[in-house]
Design a protein around this ligand. Structure first.
Ligand code: AMP
Length: 194
């Protein structure tokens, strides 16, 4: 099963991806997590990505496509994966299609978590508070100011992907305003119908 979870920051992609990992035993490929790991490890990619991420902007397609291409070659991706936070631009969407075609495979579905914009900033702030309370590091881009920029980037560069995948007949919408369990149930229903 090769899936994309689409939706704005704070839509719940990471939370749902984790639940799908358990159910389907396939890895979650979060480009945000991979980039944060690169920043922490101060790799060449991390050094290039750090300021861009802290400003809430998108890291270059070239960097992100290379990370994903390497990752999907790893053994644990053989039976599938959940792409979380990737693709985020039309160029990335074309790139992932080409990567999979080169391996003789393709995506099974693109699931969009449809959410109300007004709920998003509150969710992000909650995530920051919970991380702090648990003694975990708080993401530098989980502030209201940087969140605004992330949302702007989403509408400008990522939202067009819904039309792109709809035109290919691959887009499935779920109501992301439902409870966590409710959203998971909707996703499972979509996957069962494939
Ligand atoms: P996320 O954890 O998905 O919210 O991503 C955090 C940040 O990492 C984003 O605001 C971007 O700066 C960067 N990032 C993550 N995924 C991508 C991507 N597919 N393309 C470009 N930048 C990305």
């Amino acid at each position: 099963m090769k899936l994309i979870l689409l939706g704005p920051p704070g839509a719940g992609k990471g939370t749902q991806a984790q639940r799908l990992v358990e159910k389907y035993s396939i890895p979650q490929l979060s480009t945000g997590d991979m980039l944060r790991a690169a920043v922490k490890a101060e790799t060449e990619v991390g050094l290039r990505a750090k300021a861009v991420m802290e400003a809430g902007e998108l890291v270059s397609d070239e960097i992100v496509n290379a990370i994903v291409s390497d990752r999907i070659d790893e053994a644990d991706c053989a039976n599938g994966f959940i792409l979380d936070g990737y693709p985020r631009t039309l160029a990335q969407a074309d790139a992932v299609e080409a990567m999979l075609a080169a391996k003789g495979t393709h995506l099974d579905a693109v699931i969009e978590l449809v959410v109300d914009d007004k709920a998003l900033v509150g969710r992000i702030m909650k995530r920051a508070e919970e991380a702090k309370a648990a003694g975990q590091p708080v993401r530098k881009d989980d502030t209201p100011e940087v969140f605004d920029e992330r949302l702007r980037e989403y509408y400008k560069k990522t939202a067009p992907l819904t039309g792109y995948y709809h035109a290919k007949g691959m887009l499935k919408n779920v109501d992301g305003m439902d409870t966590i369990e409710g959203v998971t149930a909707q996703i499972e229903k979509v996957l069962a119908s494939l």
